[in-house]
Design a protein around this ligand. Structure first.
Ligand code: SF4
Length: 224
């Protein structure tokens, strides 16, 4: 492979061939996506979704009720997502900020911001980093920002898109410099799927992998 740009294009194309090109369709309203993504830290999708559903069951579709609820009640509702001592205040802080600054539980004003402004705004919420901010912006507004989770970081390092010790923000910038904006959504979803199904953290199944011939890790381990 002559260049990282060619490799990035090959990763995108091969994963699309393996898994299809997912259509962009927002599954959640932006505030729901923000809260769900806060809940998703260090747990799997099933547990974060269960915590989100329990929150809604307990408090109804009423963010104001959650904002003023005793913290212990929120912790109890989201317990299944783990790290509830950190996640409950983060949720309340996010709702407080929206209530104080916007006067509503809405992120619709992000639609009119450019991507850097919107990223900066979301990252001003306590406990919200570039991954969460990028997920909200890409998934709900189709803004061109590439969210990097642990699966994407690991594969990017192994394949050789990013350097071996690149932190998530560097990985994000690597992909954004190599592929067009329109590719981010499909690439994000397909890399996560590939990381779960094939490029496992402990035992990657390189022999079954569509990226094997362009992957630095596979080359090194075959040579070694
Ligand atoms: S070849 Fe192996 S290390 Fe490389 S992406 Fe595939 S599974 Fe992961």
């Amino acid at each position: 492979m002559d260049s990282r740009a060619e490799k990035a294009e090959a990763v995108y194309t091969r994963l699309n061939a393996a898994y299809g090109i997912p259509d962009w369709r927002p599954a959640f309203a932006p505030v729901d996506e923000l809260i769900l993504t806060i809940l998703s830290a260090n747990t799997n999708d099933r547990n974060s979704l269960r915590a989100f559903e329990r929150l809604k069951e307990q408090f109804g579709e009423d963010w104001d009720a959650i904002r003023v609820a005793p913290l212990d009640e929120i912790k109890k509702a989201i317990r299944v997502a783990g790290m509830y001592n950190q996640k409950a205040p983060r949720i309340v802080n996010a709702l407080e900020k929206l209530h104080r600054e916007i006067g509503a539980y809405s992120l619709d004003h992000l639609a009119g911001m450019d991507v850097d402004e919107a990223l900066e705004y979301l990252q001003s919420f306590p406990g919200v980093g570039h991954k969460t901010a990028s997920i909200v912006l890409l998934f709900c507004f189709r803004k061109p920002t590439f969210p990097v989770d642990t699966h994407i970081q690991r594969q990017s390092q192994r394949v050789g898109i990013s350097r071996a010790k690149a932190p998530p923000l560097e990985v994000k910038r690597d992909w954004e410099s190599l592929l067009p904006d329109a590719d981010y959504y499909a690439l994000h979803l397909n890399l996560i799927r590939h990381g779960r199904e094939v490029c496992d953290a402990r035992s990657p199944r390189c022999g079954e992998c569509v990226l094997q011939t362009i992957c630095d890790y596979a080359h090194e381990h075959r040579a070694g």
